[in-house]
Design a protein around this ligand. Structure first.
Ligand code: AMP
Length: 276
C-alpha cells in the first residue's frame, strides 16, 4: 500500500480514503461515492477493510463481527473503488499478540462522553488505527459517516491536533426504508428484533416533534424517550444525549442540537443520531 501510494503521489494523483471494518452496505458505499466526487475521475479511491481489535473491549463482538471479503470486493468493484487495503493484525499491530506493542493515540476531550463513557477503551483504538491508516494511505481526503457522529468529531480533532495533511469530510447517514440506520451489526437482529430496532429512529422523531416549538427540558425528554424504548420487549436504553454538534458539549434539546442514543436490542447494541 505504501509503495503504491508513493507512486500515486509522484504522479500527482489525488487519493480519497474510506476506512471501514468491512461487511459493506449502502452506508459505506455512500462514503465511497463522496470520496470519488472529491478526488475526481482521475483520483484514486482507497477503501480499507480491517476489523480493528483495539477498539473492541474483551466482552464485545470482535470474534463474531460479520466478515465477507468476497462480497465486499464485488461491491467495491461495482462502486468504482480503485484499491482495497486489507491488512492483517501482524501488519497493523506488530508484536501485539506477544504483548509487545506499546504506542497508542489518545484524544482526551471529545472522546470522553457517550460512546467513550459506555466503551472505555473504544476511542483509543479508533484514533490509533485511523492515525496508522492515515500514515499508510496518506490520503488527500478521508470520508467518515455521520452515523458515528462522535467518532467523526474525534477524528477531525485528531487530524487537526496532530497536523495530518488531509481533509476530513463527513457524509450523511444512509437508512433502510423504515428509517433504521444501516449498520453491519444489523445482521445480528432476528426479524422480531429488526422490527423493534426502528425505535431508535422513532425516538429521534419523537424528540424532533417535542422541540419543534420552543424546545424541551432535557431530563423530561430523556424520560419520555426511555419510556418509548421500554415499550419494545427486548430494547434497553444505554444513553441518550443532546449536545452541540461541533463541541459535543451538553446542550438543551432544541432545534440545531444534535441528539445521539445507544440502545440494546436483545444482545445487539445499536447507535443513531440526528440534528434536531
Ligand atoms: P464501520 O465499518 O461500521 O466501522 O464504518 C465505517 C465508516 O462507515 C464509518 O465512517 C461509519 O460512520 C460509516 N458508516 C457506517 N454506517 C453508515 C451509514 N448507515 N450511513 C453513513 N455512513 C455509515
Amino acid at each position: 500500500m505504501q509503495r503504491q501510494v508513493r507512486r500515486w503521489r509522484r504522479e500527482g494523483v489525488r487519493v480519497g480514503f474510506v476506512p471501514t471494518m468491512g461487511y459493506l452496505h449502502d452506508g459505506h458505499l455512500g462514503l465511497v461515492r463522496r470520496a470519488r466526487r472529491l478526488v475526481g475521475p482521475n483520483g484514486q479511491v482507497v477503501v480499507s477493510i480491517y476489523v480493528n481489535p483495539t477498539q473492541f473491549s474483551a466482552t464485545e463482538d470482535l470474534s463474531k463481527y460479520p466478515r465477507d471479503l468476497t462480497r465486499d470486493k464485488t461491491l467495491c468493484a461495482a462502486a468504482g473503488v480503485d484499491a482495497i487495503f486489507f491488512p492483517d493484525d501482524k501488519q497493523m499491530y506488530p508484536g501485539r499478540a506477544e504483548g509487545d506493542y506499546s504506542t497508542y493515540v489518545v484524544e482526551e476531550r471529545l472522546s470522553q462522553g457517550m460512546e467513550g463513557a459506555a466503551r472505555r477503551t473504544h476511542f483509543r483504538g479508533v484514533t490509533t488505527v485511523v492515525a496508522k491508516l492515515f500514515n499508510i494511505v496518506q490520503p488527500d481526503v478521508a470520508v467518515f459517516g455521520a452515523k458515528d457522529w462522535q467518532q467523526a468529531a474525534v477524528i477531525r480533532r485528531m487530524t487537526t491536533d496532530l497536523n495530518f495533511p488531509l481533509r476530513v469530510v463527513v457524509a450523511p447517514t444512509q437508512r433502510e426504508r423504515d428509517g433504521l440506520a444501516m449498520s453491519s451489526r444489523n445482521v445480528y437482529l432476528s426479524s422480531d428484533e429488526r422490527r423493534q430496532a426502528t425505535v431508535l429512529r422513532r425516538s429521534i422523531q419523537f424528540a424532533r416533534r417535542a422541540v419543534s416549538g420552543k424546545g424541551a427540558s432535557a431530563s423530561r425528554l430523556k424520560m419520555q424517550i426511555a419510556r418509548l424504548i421500554s415499550l419494545e420487549p427486548t430494547a434497553r436504553l444505554d444513553y441518550v444525549e443532546f449536545f452541540d454538534p461541533d463541541t459535543l458539549l451538553p446542550m438543551a434539546p432544541r432545534r440545531g442540537a444534535q441528539m445521539a442514543l445507544a440502545v440494546f436490542i436483545g444482545k445487539t447494541r445499536l447507535i443513531d443520531n440526528e440534528r434536531l
